[in-house]
Ligand binder design. Sequence first.
Ligand code: SF4
Ligand code: SF4
Length: 633
Amino acid sequence: MKIFFTRNGIRTLIQLSILGVSIYWLTKVLVNPELFVDFEQYCPMGGIQSLFTFLQNGALACSMSGMQLILGIALLVCVLLFSKLFCSYICPLGTISEWFGKLGRKLKIQFTINDSWDKVFRIFKYALLSLTFYYTLSSNELFCKTYDPFFALVSRFGYDVIPWAATIAIAILGIGSTIIPMFWCRYVCPLGAISNLFKHIYVVIALVVIYLVIYLLNIEVSWIYLLIILFVAGYFFEAILPERSKSIQMMKITRNTDSCIDCNLCSKKCPQGIDVASLEVVNHADCNLCGDCVGSCPVSNTLLINNKNSFRWMPILALAVFVLGGIYLGTKLELPTVDMKWGSQEEVAQSKFIEYSGLKNVKCYGSSMSFVGQMKRVPGVTGAATYVNSHTVKVWYDTTATSSAVVKKALFSPVKVHIKDGIDSLKYAIIDVKVYNFFDQMDVFYLDQIVRQDGNILSFESSFGEPVNIKLYADYNINLDSLKNSIERKYVSLKSGDKEYQQSINFKVADINRTKRYVRGIDLKRGMFLSYKRTCNNYKSYPKDQIVSFEMTFDTYPRNEQMMQYVINSVATKDTAVVGMVTYYKAQPTLRVYIVKDKTDPQKVADLITEEKLTITYDNGIVEKIDNPYTFK
Ligand code: SF4
Ligand code: SF4
């Protein structure tokens, strides 16, 4: 037991516990596709990126919350005052890197990189850090999720992951760290780059002060330039002066040269390859205060922290304070993903707000902006905020211009969903259903899946009410009892990739009635079509005879007319001669595109409309790519 404590066994125990918990949940996630474990919630790297998106764009990145932000700040303060304790005790990738390195040494397949190549390789993590910050700040989506090995595995290579990038990252983590000591941490990890930058805090402070002076002189310089200069400086100091980090770190490894017997064990044990036995004080940027060197020293009171035996437990204590304190503060701090006010000062001053929870489709920055766009179109609404972690929204409204009932109704998006075509001349039944616990687009999706799987519903549409009104168009001899049971089922089968899983649902049917009316198949097809109409690029500034149009026929019945706003956003930004789009149902669902005569070519515009990915440009300049939901004949 004594050896366990003296040989740094506590650190191994903490690493084992964190890796064990991660592997346990990872296994559960892999065998049960329905399970979602939000590891992201505790990722300080996401928090640090969010801190910058908050400063730059006034919005948290992606699905980040106050928790990640606080943990990110806690990590930076911890690096500043103590050391990279997150790397040495908590980070599962750091642990894997270290243990794979030990395996490589045992198998005798490990080699060390010479000093010159070491300096060159260190540039990779700063390049990756720059890319990560650039894309995160410009899209408000966490770019690190595209390649992070840990996120790729726990999300089963989910939506945000770029499979080839994550596969390369996993290979680098496994193979790289086995054959070259701490390859991932030294040369790849962007969090390691930020941490090392904070080990040269005086440089960071000097550059930030220069930036602030420039800012106060009213010279507009983007945050991006400050970040680039910081990262270049970080690389320079790490590569050129790795052993002279100028930090305000309160704890350092110290060697008593009088009692040291020069056995070199400490240097051999250091996972970072630091030659501890040649130093009096370890100032190396790679030192993360893991304590392995201290635990290996055979002479008592020789290798210590701050020359004091009692400081041995300080790293663990400091870590506990920062992690537990960070989690506690994180639960208290609720930051909005998006918080915008667009009313005048007077309107905002007399505004009240309503809060609504459970909007499952408010789940990221993109859906938050879409929600804000929806609210901006409501007269009397002066602002909106979203909290994606709890799927909650707040909407401010001018009490002299509208009421909470009107705003609540505006939160509801009525839909028309056409599932399949009937026979044009046949009569179909109209069923009125009132449903509780049905509010947002995810509920529409679940109902869509239920009736699709049952097979005897052709279409449905919803309208606001408490409970919500749903009109179903069904086969004429449908059984209402089995339809009610079907809607009230506890689970609906969904697919994620090739895997099927059960999603719990909670619809409650308050009333179900078959109306005396009926509808013919052909009228249903026409009636369910939601037309879309929008002009752009100064449509009104052109004389009528300067505008021509062409038509494209949808390949399938378009299920979500809301997505047309993304098509027009993408196409009209790339080609300013596109001035409007209209969808309507003629003999088939049709898109008519208006363009300025002789300023563009219909084929070129058609190519933009049928691109696999649409490029969305938001009002605040953020650009995002999404899959094109439509195909055309
Ligand atoms: S010098 Fe000691 S404390 Fe620092 S990384 Fe190496 S073994 Fe860990
Ligand atoms: S392990 Fe201890 S005694 Fe051996 S070289 Fe290092 S500090 Fe000196």
